[in-house]
Write a protein that binds this ligand. Structure first.
Ligand code: PLP
Length: 445
């Protein structure tokens, strides 16, 4: 099958996500390309006509160890011969038990209870519902509101949109959404002259404290994306914010939800991003998805504490957490996650990533000096910069110019970022950086 064949049929039958479909029509300079992918191997994707693309965004931040990874493939083949799926209500199976134990161990057994779903937005919904319900079961029925950060993103279902502060995704549905209150983002780009990233964090935490002091009685939880607010443009902050937020949440009896759907699984340099705030800093709820299955299968997990779990443990059915999804704890997805954790352990991925991210930073250093580049920033295997441009079509132009150079990068507005699989080689890092630079110049022409 050729590219043309597949894309014509796709445009007729598939409604693509995050897309104004009309922009796929036509071949004009503003048209949005649609690329039929036939195969993937490592960091490379290959289309039906044999062109290749380096997956510089890990296929929307999910792929950690390359496409068609032999070890994850083998684990899934073995699992297929044992058990593909079984109802998780009233039944259990080895992959879900082992995955829960291993994730709990990674939190030092502070978050020892794992609840499963299939996507990130559902994990957000679960954390919000559990927080509210836990307080409710403890008699704190007035705790029915949430706090989120400016520019925060936690998914796009109606419930998750309540704590998502991205106008493009939220405004159209505002009449449906019971929006949470927002508090200032600790985004380090907000530093005034002479202020450090930690100073910005302290300023944002002071604003959080004012809101909590006034409204804590009605607030169930604060939800944050630790260290990097990805979807609103890779806004990075100092771990000091997490330390202060934890202290304030304790003081004002508010749950802290860490949404590590994008930043978990080694992306920022530690296995969980919140670990960088220090050993004593743990959330009440930890949401994982995206990379946890290596980018293979839809899987999300909410981990929580004994205290939250105990608030539901009762003779009364209605005090239980009765939430469910059909594919909860899917055995194949859990097995992919176990294979992913095996790779972390066997290859000491966190150590390898320290060297790899330093190399990536060196490759991108010339771009940081580019006359139109502002706020070059990096945290582990995420690097980003803002481009000084007023052109609303910049993101589209850059995307096309990068594809023409065999590179898949999708800027968010005028923010260009790279977030490659951890299996990218040093040479591929250099190629990615060089061609991103060429695409930047071409897009600004
Ligand atoms: C992607 C993302 C989500 C939503 O996950 P989906 O699987 O797309 O529903 C939630 N929170 C964060 C931080 C994300 O990056």
């Amino acid at each position: 099958m050729s590219n043309r064949d597949l894309l014509t049929r796709s445009l007729a039958a598939v409604w693509h996500p995050c897309t104004q479909m009309k922009q796929h029509a036509g071949d004009g300079p503003d048209a949005l390309p649609l690329i039929p992918i036939a195969a993937g191997e490592g960091v490379w994707l290959r289309d039906c006509d044999g062109h290749r693309y380096l997956d510089g965004i890990s296929s929307w931040w999910v792929n950690l160890f390359g496409h068609a990874n032999p070890r994850i493939n083998a684990a899934l083949r073995a699992q297929l011969d044992e058990l593909e799926h079984v109802i998780l209500a009233g039944f259990t199976h080895r992959p879900v038990v082992e995955l829960s134990e291993r994730l709990a161990a990674l939190t030092g057994n502070t978050l020892g209870h794992c609840f499963y779903a299939s996507d990130g937005a559902s994990a957000t919904e679960i954390a919000l519902k559990m927080s509210f319900h836990a307080w409710h079961n403890r008699g704190r029925t007035e705790k029915r509101h949430f706090l989120c950060l400016e520019g925060g993103y936690h998914g796009e279902t109606v419930g998750a949109l309540a704590v998502t502060d991205v106008a493009l995704f939220r405004d159209a549905y505002a009449p449906l959404v019971r929006a949470a209150a927002t508090v200032p983002s600790p985004d380090a780009r907000r530093a005034a002259a002479g202020e450090s990233p930690a100073d910005v964090a302290r300023r944002a935490a002071a604003a959080l404290e004012r809101t909590l002091a006034e409204r804590h009685a009605e607030i169930a939880a604060l939800i944050v994306e630790p260290l990097v607010q990805c979807a609103s443009g890779m806004a990075m902050h100092d771990p000091e914010y997490l330390r202060l937020a934890r202290t304030l949440c304790d003081r004002y009896e508010v749950h802290l939800i860490c949404d590590e759907i994008a930043v978990g699984c080694g992306r920022t340099g530690t296995f969980f991003a919140h670990e960088q705030a220090g050993p004593g800093v743990r959330p009440d709820f930890l949401c994982l998805s995206k990379g946890i299955s290596g980018g293979y299968l839809p899987l999300s997990i909410v981990l929580t504490t004994d205290a939250v779990y105990d608030a539901f443990y009762d003779d009364a059915t209605a005090r239980g957490f009765l939430h469910s999804h059909s594919y909860t704890g899917n055995a194949l997805a859990c097995r992919a996650a176990l294979a992913t954790l095996d790779i972390f352990a066997e290859d000491d991925v966190l150590a390898a990533n320290r060297a790899l991210s330093a190399h990536l930073g060196r490759c991108l250093a010339p771009l940081a000096e580019h006359a139109r580049v502002r706020h070059f920033r990096q945290r582990g295997m995420i690097a980003a910069f803002d481009v000084a441009t007023d052109d609303p079509r910049f993101a589209r132009a850059f995307y096309r110019e990068a594809l023409a150079r065999e590179i898949l990068l999708r800027p968010i507005g005028s923010t260009v970022y790279v977030m490659p699989p951890y299996t990218i080689t040093p040479d591929e890092c250099a190629l990615l950086a060089q061609r991103a630079g060429e695409a930047l110049d071409a897009a600004l022409r």
